[in-house]
Design a binder for this molecule. Sequence first.
Ligand SMILES: [Zn+2]
Length: 435
Amino acid sequence: MAAPNIHSSGQPTRSCATGMRCPSCGQTFELTETEAFCPDCSRCLDVTYDYELAAERIKGLGLSERPQNIWRFEELLPIMDASAQARVGQYSGFTPLIHAQRLGAELGLSNLYIKDDSTMRPTLSYKDRVVSMSVARLLELGKSELGCVSTGNVGHSVSALAAKAGVPAYVFYPNRLEPTKARACRALGARVCQLDGNYDEANRECRRLGAEVGLEFANISLRPFYSEGAKTEGFEIIEQLGWQSPEHIVLPAAGGTLSSRAHKGLIELETVGLAQTAHTKFHIAQPAGCAPIATAIISGDQEIHPVTPTTIAHSLAIGAPGDGMLVVDAVRQRGGVAATVTDAEIWAAVDLLGATEGILTEPAGGTSIASLFKLVEAGHIGADDVTVAVLTGNGLKTIEDHPDKPWLMGIPCHVDAMRDALEQLREGATAGVGA
Ligand SMILES: [Zn+2]
């Protein structure tokens, strides 16, 4: 049944979404309502599903008939209008799950896997999963402009996915970000505005602006839909492991959407009978300079205490994480832990990952890998445990921040000089030469 404010092509998806619910007071809302937050508790609404129907529909369509993109299990995603869904996310998702044997050897882990969203299409970060849902929802609502507030990667996703859908995009950035990221948004045709405030301040004012002028924000007013896209990370990890849920998943945390919704995704797979997932522990990785979620987990707090971020991992620099307590609950329910790592440890992990697996990740990914070391050292992960570490973004985007290493420069272009140079490179004796 199409409601008046939904722009419907008449063709439904297979979605089994039934409505939205406040996770705090339990108040329910129709999917046709444009409310994103509970008017009483201010909590972001959570999309609900008819899981019996979903199980039936999932059984009715084989894996080989399903697209290899984020819409693969559309029964468990919230978009109802097939024409809106068809305009976004067709090339996103199904990033590689890589058996990281060389990095695993460094850690003493035989079954370490990397879920590599640094190769995500179209913009090389996990955010293409969540923003795809926002864009589809925007189109479903018949709206024609999209805004976002971003620490970097959301801006890329909004710029690219809105462009592909033919929708103008407005990207609001806080004061600290990698310049390359804002520049890429402009190259993708988005209009970009950098604000004189940190992410949490920018987020608060964007929320006010959206409400005042009626501009939809991908990660604010469309947040219940945006968040659902993160479940696909969990769906894919389990399917790519042959429907065997791993012992451990290590996830970097910023606002908390990824880990809280990956947790929801795993519960859903079990509910619809696709996999046993209850034993999987979630471990949270945060930079020491912005660790409000990890701190709450480690100290056993019942609330998140906001912090002012000071970390090189800009994409994790959210001091007041909206879904923070959902993450704390997920980690406690699953018996996981949290780790915090310094900026120096993050860069060392980025370099080690690059040198062992040939994957260049951004500091958020380095946070996952550096935390993995701490979890192994502390005995939380056993040598043969199946463990998945999630990389959320690509290091090409943050290469300007990356501490450079010495290299040889100004060598005469002649075989004699090059023979000497090669000898120096072989010996690794490049320190101070042209660095
Ligand atoms: Zn409520």
